[in-house]
Each structure stands twice: as C-alpha cells, then as structure tokens.
Design a binder for this molecule. Structure first.
Ligand code: ADP
Ligand code: 5GP
Length: 205
C-alpha cells in the first residue's frame, strides 16, 4: 500500500521568505501546495486561486460555518484559512502537502494532525527581515510596522516547531527544507505498516 502523504506546515515572520521558498519547493520537488482563503486585498501580480482564494468577510465566515476549513486565524486585521478538501484528498492520494500558515493555524493543525511536521523559517537577522519586508514593496510602512510587531509576538513561540531553518542563501534553504521533509517521512512512527509486514515475513520465512 502507498504511504499516506506527509503534511508539512511552514511558518515564519512576514518577509522571511516563506512564499519564495515554498514556490521553489513546489517547482523543484512537486510538493502539493494548499491555497488558502483570505480576506486581505490582492497584491499586484497575485491571482485568485493561485496565491489565495480572495474572499469577502461574509464569504469567509460562511466557509467557517460550513466546516470547510481545517483551521483559520486572524492576522493583522484579515482572516486566513486552509480549505479542508484539498488537503485531505492530497494526503489520501499519497501526496506531500505544504501549508504556508501562521503560528495559531500551525498549532491548530498540530492538534488535528499529530504527525504533521512543523517547520519554522527564520531570517538570518531581524535587520535583514525588515529589509526584505520593505524591499518586497507590497505593504505600506504602517502595515510593515504591524507585521514587525506581529513578528515580535510570534518570536516567542519558535520553540513550538519541530525544526528551524534559516533562509539566508535561498538555494541552500530550499535543500534543507526538502531534506527535513524527506527525513521526516522515514521516521519509524510513520512506517508502521512496512515494519509490520517485514516482521510478519520474518516469522513466515
Ligand atoms: P514571506 O512569504 O515570508 O512574507 P517572501 O517570500 O514574500 O516572504 O519574501 C520577502 C522578500 O524577501 C521578497 O522580496 C523576496 O524576493 C526576498 N527574499 C526571499 N528569500 C530571500 C533570500 N534568501 N535572500 C534574499 N532575499 C530573499
Ligand atoms: P500574507 O498576507 O503575507 O500573504 O500572509 C500573512 C500571514 O498569513 C503569513 O504568516 C501566512 O503564513 C499566513 N497565512 C496564509 N494562509 C494562511 C492560512 O490558511 N491559515 C493561517 N492560519 N495563516 C495563513
């Protein structure tokens, strides 16, 4: 039987490079990326259904009521949530799924999927983080400050994650994240069926 896919959560401060790293992981290693729903405004270059499903507040609240989300959270004045069916279908088909979500969502995923892998993507320094966030040019200075404030709060919980990967050199970071996910798939606890089969064969041989 094919192994169930692994669910990986990637979190990190705004501007750390999550979107950039995840895009490369999908391109290079064919991970399935869950597209979240959000009520935030579309940034230039973003497309409905690609970066996010851009919803009104009423549409988002209706998804919550219909139990259509695995988790959802409010982040700097907007709702963000993970649609349920895509993730469940992919995992059942043996695909490895990545969720790029913030801290509260990550904790909710862990309680629902105890074998999910939680990975925190850190910037090499906070000065570099702010430089990237400003350099991206998608937020006003007010929003940049709000996101930096949010980073101060989230920074207290980095130890809750299973792994910490620093995004300094992009290519090296992508390789490390891929390596961590592949190693997590080989954990004995995720391979109990294979263990049982081999044990059974040992008895019968
Ligand atoms: P996040 O999704 O975590 O908010 P982004 O992926 O949008 O962050 O990256 C924020 C900015 O930093 C972007 O302009 C991106 O091009 C840049 N960036 C991402 N990774 C690196 C890196 N390793 N080195 C330098 N700049 C990076
Ligand atoms: P951004 O507005 O920069 O795209 O995302 C803001 C924050 O929301 C990031 O920390 C991102 O990881 C998080 N986020 C994106 N999608 C989801 C989601 O479905 N659920 C939760 N809880 N957070 C999300």
């Amino acid at each position: 039987m094919e192994q169930k896919g692994i669910l990986t959560v990637i979190s990190g401060f705004s501007g750390a490079g999550k979107g950039t790293v995840v895009k490369k992981l999908v391109e290079e290693y064919k991970y399935s990326l869950s597209v979240s729903a959000t009520t935030r405004q579309k940034r230039e270059g973003e497309e409905h259904g690609r970066e996010y499903f851009f919803l009104t507040k009423a549409e988002f609240e209706s998804m919550i009521e219909q139990y259509g989300l695995i988790e959802w959270a409010e982040y700097v004045g907007n709702y963000y949530g993970t649609p349920k069916s895509y993730v469940e279908d992919c995992l059942a088909e043996g695909k490895d799924v990545i969720l790029e979500i913030e801290l509260q969502g990550a904790m909710k995923v862990r309680s629902q999927f105890p074998d999910a892998l939680l990975l925190f993507l850190a910037p090499p320094s906070i000065a570099e983080l702010k430089k990237r966030l400003i350099g991206r040019g998608t937020e006003t200075m007010k929003v940049v400050e709000e996101r930096m404030q949010r980073a101060r709060e989230e920074g207290r919980y980095m130890e809750q994650y299973d792994y910490l990967v620093v995004n300094d050199d992009l290519g090296a970071c992508v390789e490390q994240v891929h390596g961590v996910i592949q190693a997590a798939k080989l954990r004995t606890a995720r391979n109990l069926e294979l263990i049982s089969r081999l044990q059974e064969e040992l008895i019968q041989y």
